[in-house]
Design a binder for this molecule. Structure first.
Ligand code: ZN
Ligand code: ZN
Length: 153
């Protein structure tokens, strides 16, 4: 009959599982048939759809969800909680904040190759102005490595 819903129809319409619909309507105290499928009237169906309208987009990601970084309105990147730009920044620097000057550099404890930034293993160029540490181990490895420039041209 028009205006009646089965749980299966509601679940499909709302984009959620039948179990979710069932779980929610069981808490409503609505009259339930003693046998046969549970048929909801138009008003009950509307309430169910209204209820799941709010959660469905998050769960099914039919709509892009915004990056979790404050003031960032880009869509999230894949299954990450942040957008692609912030994802890459976090992968690179370990944080989503914009790197201001050499802050994140000095906060790091290891060089990109994993050598510890200990006092003995660190040096700075005068031009670095105290903002950037350089790894001595890497420096030595680079200078002693054979030059890669061969037939290039
Ligand atoms: Zn972002
Ligand atoms: Zn290093």
């Amino acid at each position: 009959m028009a205006g009646e819903w089965t749980i299966r129809e509601l679940a499909r319409e709302a984009g959620v599982s039948r179990k979710s619909v069932w779980a929610w309507i069981s808490t409503r105290g609505w009259e339930r048939p003693t046998s046969g499928p549970w048929i909801l009237d138009a008003e009950q169906g509307r309430l169910v759809l209204e209820r799941f309208e709010q959660t469905a987009p998050l769960r099914t990601s039919r709509e892009p969800v915004a990056c979790s970084v404050e003031d960032c309105e880009r869509a999230r990147f894949g299954l990450q909680d942040v957008c692609k730009m912030h994802y890459q920044r976090r992968a690179r620097t370990g944080r989503t904040e914009r790197s201001s000057g050499g802050d994140w550099q000095t906060a790091k404890t290891h060089c990109p190759a994993g050598h510890p930034y200990t006092a003995e293993n660190t040096y700075m160029f005068p031009s670095d102005a105290g903002t950037r540490r350089r790894c001595r181990t890497c420096r030595i490895a680079q200078s002693s490595a054979p030059k890669k420039q061969t037939a290039d041209g």
